[in-house]
Design a protein around this ligand. Structure first.
Ligand code: KIV
Ligand code: NA
Length: 263
């Protein structure tokens, strides 16, 4: 049976951690599906891990669709989430058009990087029938505004701002939130306050779900980020590595507070 947004809502209420990994092709989608991963994210991280760029900025909507279609052919069970690429949020009409194209290519939910002032855009997408996951915290498409991949939401003012933004996005109709590289305490607060599932990466073990970039989980990233873990080391096979990740997330052995999280 296909995982839906209702499955994720149920897991949040049952305190059953949601498992999510990225995939960019049919082979890995099949592998993740076989390991019972709940959500497969076709992330624009493909610009870095597949295309070899330093950032996600060069990824186009055509490339997103190409990879999403390949993933959709490999996955039968997982909920498919896809990223709105850089500048797909330049106005609401473009966001609806590109989000709609990704839905037609098989996505069940579109993830939008929200750097502030995105509630109206999210409302327009939701109004058009596009389910939205609002990505807060470190939004990698803004890397050059940050001057690097840096933790977001540190300090009282920034933390309060992110909490208010999370609320506004939920009110605007976002059915899921994703927090990347934010202080653990802030991620925990946002998760507990949210009525919708909150998926974390470099966030908090208390998040309703966890996501990692697939390459970081299978030892393919030369300098993996602090919040990642190589599950292939010691697992023996790709299938065992993905199963070990899923098991660690579901039993709340990953992420480890203070090891994979930020103060
Ligand atoms: O593109 C991606 O893989 C992502 C995750 C890191 C959340 O956005
Ligand atoms: Na992304």
């Amino acid at each position: 049976m296909r995982t839906t947004i209702r499955t994720l809502e149920k897991y949040k209420h049952e305190h059953r951690p949601i498992t999510c990994l990225t995939a960019y092709d049919a082979s890995f989608a099949r592998l993740l599906d076989a390991a019972d991963i709940d959500v497969i994210l076709v992330g624009d991280s493909l610009g870095m891990v597949v295309q070899g760029h330093d950032t996600t900025l060069p990824v186009t909507i055509e490339q997103m669709i190409y990879h999403l279609e390949a993933v959709a052919r490999g996955a039968r069970r997982a909920l498919l989430m896809a990223d709105l690429p850089f500048l797909g949020d330049r106005d609401a009409a473009t966001a609806v058009e590109q989000g709609g194209a990704l839905m037609r290519a098989g996505a069940q939910m579109i993830k939008v990087e929200c750097r502030g002032g995105h509630a109206d855009l999210v409302q327009r997408m939701v109004g058009a029938g596009i389910p939205v996951c609002a990505h807060l915290g470190l939004t990698p498409q803004a890397v050059h505004q940050y001057g690097g991949y840096r933790v977001q939401g540190r300090g009282v003012v920034a933390a309060e701002q992110m909490q208010a933004e999370a609320r506004a996005l939920e009110v605007a109709g976002a059915q899921c939130l994703l927090l990347e590289s934010v202080p653990e305490l802030l991620a925990t607060r946002i998760t507990h306050a949210a009525g919708v599932p909150v998926i974390g990466i470099g966030a908090s073990p208390e998040c309703d779900g966890q996501v990692l970039v697939l390459q970081d989980v299978i030892g393919l990233t030369p300098k993996p980020p602090r919040f990642a873990q190589d599950f292939l080391a010691g697992a023996g096979s790709l299938a065992a590595a993905v199963a070990a990740y899923a098991d660690a997330v579901r039993s709340r052995r990953f992420p480890v507070s203070g090891v994979h999280t930020f103060d």
